[in-house]
Write a new protein. Structure first.
Length: 373
């Protein structure tokens, strides 16, 4: 059994490529308190029983059903696992693979059984991860914090991190004249602050180089400007938590950072809608689901926006992309939007999972295309 918190794009693409009879995908809301975890555990037990019955109805081999059931029961019995939960839990079982994700987004409950995994809800965590790093930078201190939606902020120990400006430049104090007498006053202080920032960047690089999370700076001027101008920070958010971070607790910085993330994501959604509306008007974006399915089948989708909550029962032809809509979901079937998503991921399209009111065109999906099909 493999437990993970936030899925990577590679995780989602890997699930999208899997095709095998008896794939079980379970989503359920959880919580961080023991009563919430107990309710979620009971709900998972009920979903697992329902999945076993559906697998039997689909005539999946008995040994595979038993393997799915055994893996599910291992999760149910893992008390340490249930002690640490987030807002939602995703469980994937097929008799060979067993994997969970503790997700920061509030998702609706679902139990899907088909010849492929139901992956659409995972995309919400990739679109809006709700986690970030905070660099709280002051002349006399520096902290690196990691925040997630439901847990207290965590301080990250960074080896070699200077304690303050003086520590970074090897002086007892940065006030007044340096030993050689050449740097003094406000200009000299700014030079030392730049050296301080450069020392911080050197030790931060190994920590942040593989991070996919936004970096939020909490600092007052001139340190904020010096840090932003000292190097390239691909994931550094434009908005700064202003003021001296020494006046704020870790919890206060985390609360301020979550507000920064909310505004960042709202801005991204607005920009995405504007870009799509322009492409729809120009004829290079599609809003009709049948057109989108065909484009996804032939690898023409450049980017895809999907309604995270809407289900469209039916199937998509493997060769032509023609949709056969269904009246209702039945065991063994999969959603049309999820299959479009799967094919778009297979051609390396960017995918955004949004709420209904944010999807351009107001439908279940919208797609920008590389070429007409």
């Amino acid at each position: 059994m493999e437990y993970k918190d936030i899925p990577t794009k590679a995780d989602v693409e890997g699930f999208a490529a899997m095709r095998q009879a008896g794939c079980v995908s379970i989503y359920l809301p959880t919580g961080t308190t023991p009563p919430e975890a107990d309710r979620a555990r009971i709900e998972l037990k009920n979903h697992l029983a329902s999945a076993v019955r559906a697998l039997e109805k689909l005539s999946v081999p008995r040994d595979r059903i038993q393997a799915v059931q055994a893996e599910g029961e291992l999760i149910l019995e893992d008390r340490d696992f249930w002690r640490y939960q987030s807002r939602s839990l995703a469980v994937f079982l097929d008799g060979d693979l067993a994997q969970t994700f503790r997700l920061p987004n509030r998702l609706t409950t679902a139990c899907e059984i088909a010849d492929r995994f139901y992956i659409k809800p995972l995309l919400r965590a990739l679109t809006f991860p709700q986690s970030a790093m905070i660099l709280a930078l002051a002349g006399n201190s520096v902290r690196l914090l990691h925040i997630t939606p439901d847990r207290p902020p965590e301080r990250i120990d960074v080896p070699g991190m200077p304690r303050n400006v003086a520590d970074a430049v090897g002086l007892d104090s940065v006030s007044g004249r340096s030993p050689d007498g050449r740097i003094q006053g406000s200009e000299g202080h700014k030079v030392r602050m730049l050296e301080y920032v450069q020392a911080i960047e050197r030790v931060l690089h190994p920590v942040l180089v593989n991070s996919t999370e936004p970096l939020i700076l909490a600092a007052a001027e001139p340190l904020a400007g010096i840090f932003r101008g000292a190097g390239e920070h691909p994931r550094l958010v434009a908005e700064t938590i202003s003021g001296n971070p020494e006046d704020k607790t870790d919890e206060e910085l985390a609360a301020a950072a979550r507000g920064v993330l909310d505004r960042l994501y709202a801005s991204k959604v607005a920009d995405l809608r504007e870009a799509y509306e322009a492409r729809i008007a120009a004829g290079t974006a599609l809003v009709d689901l049948s057109d989108i399915a065909r484009a996804a089948t032939f690898g023409a989708v450049e980017s895809l926006v999907i309604d995270i909550d809407r289900r469209v029962p039916g199937a998509v032809d493997d060769e032509t992309g023609v949709i056969e809509f269904g009246d209702d979901d039945e065991p063994g079937e999969y959603g049309v939007v999820d299959e479009i998503l799967r094919r778009a991921l297979g051609s390396k399209a960017k995918v955004y999972a949004l709420r209904a009111e944010d999807v351009p065109g107001g439908g279940a999906a919208a797609a920008a295309v590389r070429y007409p099909v």
